[in-house]
Design a protein around this ligand. Sequence first.
Ligand code: PEP
Ligand code: MG
Length: 567
Amino acid sequence: MKLKGIGVSPGIAHGRIYRPGESGEPRPETYVPGTPSEEQARLSAASAELAARLNKAADTRRRQGETETADILEVHALMAADPELLQSAEREIAAGHDAPAAVLAAAEEQAARLESLKDDYLRERAADVRDIGRSLVRTLTGGEETLPEGPLLITGQEISPELLGELPAGRLAGVLLGGGSATVHAAILAKARGIPAVAGLGAALDQLKEGMTALMDGNAGTVNTAPTAADIAAAETAVIAARREAEKQREWAGVSAITRDGVKIRLFANASVAAEVKAAMDAGAEGIGLLRSEFLFFGRDTLPDEEEQYRAYRAAVEAAGGKPCAIRTLDVGGDKPLKALPLPREENPFLGQRAIRVSLARPGLFRTQLRAILRAGAAGPVSILLPMVTDASEVVAAREHIAACCHDLQRAGISFAENVPLGVMVETPAAALLASSLGKHCDFFSLGTNDLTQYALAADRSNPAMAGLGDYLHPAVLRLIGFTVQGGGEAGIPVSVCGEMAADPLAAPLLLALGVSDLSLAPAAFPRVKRAVCRITMPEARALLESAMNMPTAAAVRDFLQSKLPE
Ligand code: PEP
Ligand code: MG
């Protein structure tokens, strides 16, 4: 049997299905109720025990640098000792119920109340309250479950963060979720711990029975319950390759990208959530050059409010551990539609309501995000990056919104970062050609070569038929990058590249010779880009660039570089 969901944390795992506490109430028949006062005492003891266990798990995670998991576990510890929940359970006990039944009823009542509220964040906390109720019952009844043997694929419609946080290290091989998307806590935590995860399996999840063996693929989003020997062998090979890749990553983590004649290019990382930021720091990133904030907005019916955004950005900033973090404002539209923000249908969405245009047309949405970023800036160095700018008017308008947000936060006495650097994504030919004037209005440029290439070459990046045409090594794209670096130089601001081109070792010498100071890329590509930079000199890089610039096509440039820079 093969199930298909969405891959939300990469990697392959082979193990046994483990379905914690899903067979109805986590309440064994063997529970013997005491008198009401004994039940009250058992409830207080269970609450204290669970809170202590969660705090202990939080401490362990924090020591291991998993701040995000630790924060969540601490919040759950507070919830386990929540006086309101306990008082409501005590009333149930006084009305004649035993402690497990009382706690489930109290949690259900609180969850239902949360679900009826307008605030999205509070509504979403209902699932957490139910989790706490179940955990309290397990603690009360001593109902620790016996785990299946060997590596575990933890499976459930929803899986609570504490279950993931508490499972013994080394036993948890994968996470399979019926609901959710890449943004549910379980998926984020799985990613933070480098554990493969598949979400969105829906009702098909019921076919996965406790103890069954299965092979899951967190890249493809699949689960196979009857893998052949060849499937398992291929998976094992992939696991070994991933381990080697991780080793390579560690070997290169302490090495800087410096040419043989001593010119350094700084390597930053692209990320979407705090867990990726942490992994990037472990891989030796000098900071986050592009935090794609839209990740927080995907796969949900309502927009995240300021508080939720603030928490997400602050977690990213904290994970960067004092290194700079460039948070890009919402880049939706084009190939990134949002369920929570329906945009009008357009004939050419890539040329329509997208990115900064969406933000400037909706000041409420924009300012909510800006305030959240500015507040996160109080936790560490942040900058704001504007996507898809075409001229200075957009930057000026954005600055006015930022100034208004600073003013509001100041008046409200909320702490925030002042003078946050403002960067422009240079990803339209217009921005590249106007770089010298745009540079007067911002503090840095970041070249979005994915879009710059599609707009310069009129080659839709989401159309597979255009894949051959949309090559960033095209001499026209190289020239646009040259304009941008020149404009940045005139304005005295740094220029980085954060599109996929930054991860291509063939492009590295050209970007060095063009005068790009920083690259921002997926950390997985750090070793190969560092290697490409470390083996060249600037005169060699300049000679390659000069030849490439004068070639007629991208194919000619690619062939030429491949012949000069063999793997
Ligand atoms: C780019 O366009 O190069 C870029 C980094 O932004 P995105 O891929 O998110 O559009
Ligand atoms: Mg882009």
